[in-house]
Write a new protein. Structure first.
Length: 108
């Protein structure tokens, strides 16, 4: 796996860690929950647990990339590392496609 691919995978993972923080740690901050479509504190409170859970999905995808990078550079695990990176990134792309198709205008 070439270095550019690894860098893009790491950037995608870092973005997913940021999204985890926004959804699971900072969601009740007005600027954050409004970005996710919860206009009022009451709306945010109603969707808080959903956002919390969704944030962990993003974190787990990022962890898949990070673990794949470690495996890729840790000796004899090149195939396992590449597979984990590609699977995690494919899941990210798939989730992005679902988000765009289901809520594309709302997200822009």
């Amino acid at each position: 796996m070439n270095p550019a691919t690894q860098i893009f995978a790491l950037l995608a993972a870092a973005l997913h860690v940021l999204i985890f923080c926004m959804e699971s740690l900072w969601y009740m901050r007005p600027g954050v929950h409004k970005r996710f479509g919860a206009a009022t504190r009451e709306d945010a409170e109603a969707s808080r647990l959903f956002a919390f859970n969704q944030g962990f999905y993003n974190l787990f995808l990022a962890c898949g990339v990070f673990a794949g990078i470690v495996l890729l550079h840790a000796g004899n695990n090149m195939i396992a590392g590449q597979t984990l990176i590609l699977f995690s990134c494919a899941c990210m792309v798939g989730a992005a496609a679902v988000l765009l198709l289901s809520a594309g205008r709302q997200m822009l």
